[in-house]
Design a protein. Sequence first.
Length: 312
Amino acid sequence: MLGHLRAYTIWAFLALLILVMSIISPNFMTLQNFSTVFKNLASIALLAFGLTFVFLGGGFDLSQGATLILSATLIVSINPEGGLFFTGTVLLIFFIALCIGSFNGYLIGVHRLNSFIVTLGSRSIVGGFVFIHAAGMVVSAARQGPILEFIGLDRIFDVPVITIIWIVMTAVCWYIIKYTPFSRKIAVVGSSVPVAKFSGLKVERLQTSTYVINGLLAGLAGILIGCQTSHMAPALVWHYDFDAITACAVGGISLSGGRGNIVNTLSGVLFLGFINNSMILIGVPYRWQLILKGLILLLAIIADMQTKKSYA
């Protein structure tokens, strides 16, 4: 009951925020501003959806930000122009993201290693390769390829292509978690591994699959970021995974496993996105933005602990 009330509360706070900002800032309630907010949320939303699968299965992943950055730097530096070259590059990036997710899933799901430590190590390893590839500088292309430009900058029926992509992925992830036996199985694993094993579920395979899904979504998020620019500074996008974790926590996804859905994650993503947008419009300094987002995360974790106690 408390979990459902918390989910409704986030939507109510989001509506209140939009109402207040429409009064405070004349530039807030415009089609251009809302279009910008939704476009900028694409990568954070995909990361948050991937984390929803991991959290649902009782895991944790700190490496997805590094996977995102690696994918973004690769797509920018390779800068594929032809359709076949672009397809090959995307498949290569997805393969690398799949390998990172499988590596994490294998160590955590099969060997039962601590998910926080494993993914922290993966984050450092992948991040190291990113900075070797970028030589600690900005990765750039002389001219962005037409396909990348279409995905990153063009619109269909006045809606950014990137926004369309992440909305479609929202529907896909929502369907998987809402209606497939797979999601119910990983929820059982996240709630109690012994119960899942006693029920005959293949715990190792299920937990590994959540990290694979998370890795693939992080790879897609990185591709979308890379499509929006011909210059990529890896050091500037390390905060994306923090924002994704915050969005999940705010949306009411249980960080201890067993509970969560895409609608709740979406509420956290939108709330965080409009909070960021509001702070920029009213001129809040960046250092205070970081403090506020940190406080939001702490409050969300406290709320998660209270919800967990209510289920106990």
